[in-house]
Ligand binder design. Sequence first.
Ligand SMILES: NC(=O)c1ccc[n+]([C@@H]2O[C@H](COP(=O)([O-])OP(=O)(O)OC[C@H]3O[C@@H](n4cnc5c(N)ncnc54)[C@H](OP(=O)(O)O)[C@@H]3O)[C@@H](O)[C@H]2O)c1
Length: 344
Amino acid sequence: MSVRTFPLDPDGVDPDAVPKRRLYTGAQIPAVGLGTFGSDSVTATTVAEAVIGAARVGYRHFDCASVYRNEREIGCSLREILGSGLSREDLWVTSKLWNDKHGEQDVIPSCEKSLSDLQLEYLDLYLVHWPFPNHHPPGCDVHSRNPNARPYIHENYMRTWRQMEELVKRGLVRHIGTSNMTIPKLRLLLRDAEIKPAVNEMELHPHFQQPELFEYVVSQGMVPIGYSPIGSPGRPDRDRTLDDTVDVEDPVIVAIAGRLGVAPAVVCVKWAVQRGQLPIPFSVKRRNYLANLQSAVTDPLTEQEMSAIAGIDRNCRLIKGQVFLWKDGQNWTDLWDPDGEIVR
Ligand SMILES: NC(=O)c1ccc[n+]([C@@H]2O[C@H](COP(=O)([O-])OP(=O)(O)OC[C@H]3O[C@@H](n4cnc5c(N)ncnc54)[C@H](OP(=O)(O)O)[C@@H]3O)[C@@H](O)[C@H]2O)c1
């Protein structure tokens, strides 16, 4: 009987050489994942093709979500990858529960739908995408509001979380976690959870380092997964404001990129891995997603470079979440509990 091995491109990165982070369960997760949110500009098919290309250059970790509206296409890619010599245990696949599915009766069917679309028997990680049950249609304007929008209500979140725990008990998911949480919300969840969150997925890039939340997440035995690690240069116009800064144009990042002979984006990914968060850069261009993964296996940044990047934090949140606000006259910062208390 011949044992097929999944073909790694000659210039690809040996997946065994990619650093791993250990979750509190002992499971190991590859320290760089491929983001799969194509925003408005990249089709589901193109993202699904990138998933196959990324697997060929050594990616084993894919960050998916039902709201990205491409899990069916990605499922075909995963089937192809798993049919060509990789076993399920070789891959790490994350998906996320969307905001309109927080109801107790909706959590398990939503996960089952993602599993069916992704053509998998289990997920490695399932996240509550946002702590607010406030649905908005994908692609809507930042000024759009849901009249039924609510603030964070811990009792309700715990009802959702109990169903997340049930998914683990049924073997449909191996780990559960949170996304877009703040310290006061996480404190309550960690107090009341039977199965603790293994990760918190949060916005993290050189201009938005969130040191306090980062330290808190790590101190609680969770792994910080960093989204928009390059500063999301391809995000839609509706997610841009005049105050936003651009990580890949920062002179510190540009100078390090020059020394290394790589794109500034690659420096952002490299810094993230070295700092200890787990970046999930999105790209559909082979040259770019390969360079992003290579950054995890090349010589580390110097101490001076790490401290120079620590010094360029601008506290510039890009994914502000305005559409989840629940009453008139609010500012988006209310979603992020700026005074350390849950805003209601
Ligand atoms: N949990 C959440 O609420 C949440 C929120 C936002 C995002 N996410 C996840 O995080 C992932 C990444 O975030 P993101 O997509 O917002 O932004 P990002 O990864 O910071 O930036 C992606 C952009 O950078 C470009 N890029 C990537 N590598 C590059 C390179 N080496 N050189 C030059 N350009 C490069 C890509 O373009 P090309 O395709 O042209 O390379 C794309 O336009 C998402 O896809 C999603 O999976 C999660």
